[in-house]
Write a protein that binds this ligand. Structure first.
Ligand SMILES: *[C@@H]1O[C@H](CO)[C@@H](O)[C@H](O)[C@H]1NC(C)=O
Length: 366
């Protein structure tokens, strides 16, 4: 072979080699295109950039691992496109389903497909084979079916959100084995069955948001062993039984929302002198007196105990609270004089309305 032929061949080989280094794997490109073909979006043109061979380069919402050049991130949020969509006078809107082809992207660490309102079908259960996954965020669609039962296999998972979908079935019993989970958001679905008894094994969970489902059974006391839990929202479910008093002994719990359930028993004294600043226990079947356990540690931006069966007087110790920004004790069976404490006197009358015989400021004198 002469030099003249050899030179272009070398260039070609070099080009080929560099394209192997820089482009995505053809098999992954094919999987992405199959994923795309199961979705329809025509208002914004989210997928317009998904052309050419190199899916690691300028494909909207796709990012690759630097070393392996495998696809690491799919990030398709309608939220970030609202401006574009408003200009086009179209809402965020995508139909179709999430193709199981996504499971061929073995290096995926983030799947973020949020707020498209109309993506339906099931979450492909094969995603539990994607062992690099750290983030699954599918909030704000119309996904149905169950959560994958073997989600516990995803040992790298930090964030799981399927909020605002139509997910049914139980919370998988394997969920507590996702040791690194920090953020769990299952709000506003149709999830039934109990909270897994050993949810407390999620040692570094900081937000557990399960409100707006049909979750039933007791609140497992194991939850109180989650020492980094800041925000626990179990409201608007069908939970029953007592409120574990250990919830009031959690190191950093600041928000506790248990409103709109079927909880019974008394208000644990611990809740009133904990680090909790935002407490909502309204619309349950709590009974007995409000514990006389307020103290200097009691600091509430908001405390709502309305719509229960609480009786007796307001405890004297309430005047020891450092701060109560808002209180609602209405729709109970409280009786007696409201302790004089500026925090209470300045509240609206409605905070004390519909009780048996409360009196004193801000209500009429006793
Ligand atoms: C407490 O929960 C009830 C029922 O969900 C709700 O109506 C109320 O506004 C909540 N209270 C506060 C202070 O947010």
């Amino acid at each position: 072979m002469n030099q003249i032929l050899l030179l272009p061949l070398t260039v070609l080989l070099l080009l080929a080699a560099s394209s192997i280094v820089q482009s995505c794997l053809p098999s992954e490109r094919a999987a992405l295109l199959a994923f795309k073909s199961a979705l329809q979006e025509s208002h914004v043109g989210v997928f317009n950039s998904w052309t050419g061979n190199d899916c690691c380069n300028n494909w909207f919402g796709v990012a690759c691992d630097q070393n392996s050049r495998q696809i690491a991130i799919i990030d398709l949020r309608a939220g970030t496109l609202y401006e574009t969509m408003e200009k086009a006078h179209r809402p965020g809107y995508m139909t179709g389903h999430i193709s199981p082809e996504i499971c061929k992207l073995t290096r995926l660490s983030s799947i973020i497909i949020t707020d498209w309102k109309a993506i339906s079908g099931e979450i492909p259960h094969c995603i539990t084979t994607l062992t690099y996954l750290r983030i699954i965020d599918l909030a704000g669609n119309r996904l149905s079916g169950n959560l994958p039962s073997n989600i516990g296999k995803l040992q790298q998972l930090m964030l799981l959100s399927v909020a605002d979908n139509l997910i049914t079935g139980n919370i998988p019993v394997t969920l507590p084995s996702v040791a690194g989970l920090t953020h769990l958001d299952l709000r506003n679905n149709e999830i039934t069955g109990p909270i897994p008894q050993w949810l407390g094994r999620l040692k570094i969970l900081s937000r557990a948001l399960l409100s707006g489902n049909k979750i039933s059974g007791p609140i497992p006391s194991s939850i109180s062993s989650m020492s980094r839990l800041v925000d626990l929202d179990l409201s608007k479910n069908e939970l029953s039984g007592p409120i574990p008093e250990s919830l009031g002994r959690m190191a950093v719990l600041g928000t506790l929302k248990l409103d709109m359930n079927k909880l019974s028993g008394s208000v644990p004294a611990t809740l009133l002198v904990s680090g909790i600043t935002d407490l909502n226990l309204s619309h349950n079947s709590l009974e007995g007196d409000i514990p006389d356990s307020f103290g200097a540690r009691s600091y509430f931006t908001s405390m709502d105990l309305s719509y229960n069966n609480l009786k007796g007087p307001l405890p004297k110790s309430i005047s020891l609270a450092s701060y109560i920004g808002y209180i609602d004790l209405s729709h109970n069976h409280l009786c007696g004089s409201i302790p004089s404490y500026s925090g209470l006197e300045n509240m609206d009358q409605s905070s004390f309305a519909n009780n048996d015989c409360l009196c004193g400021k801000p209500l009429k004198a006793c």
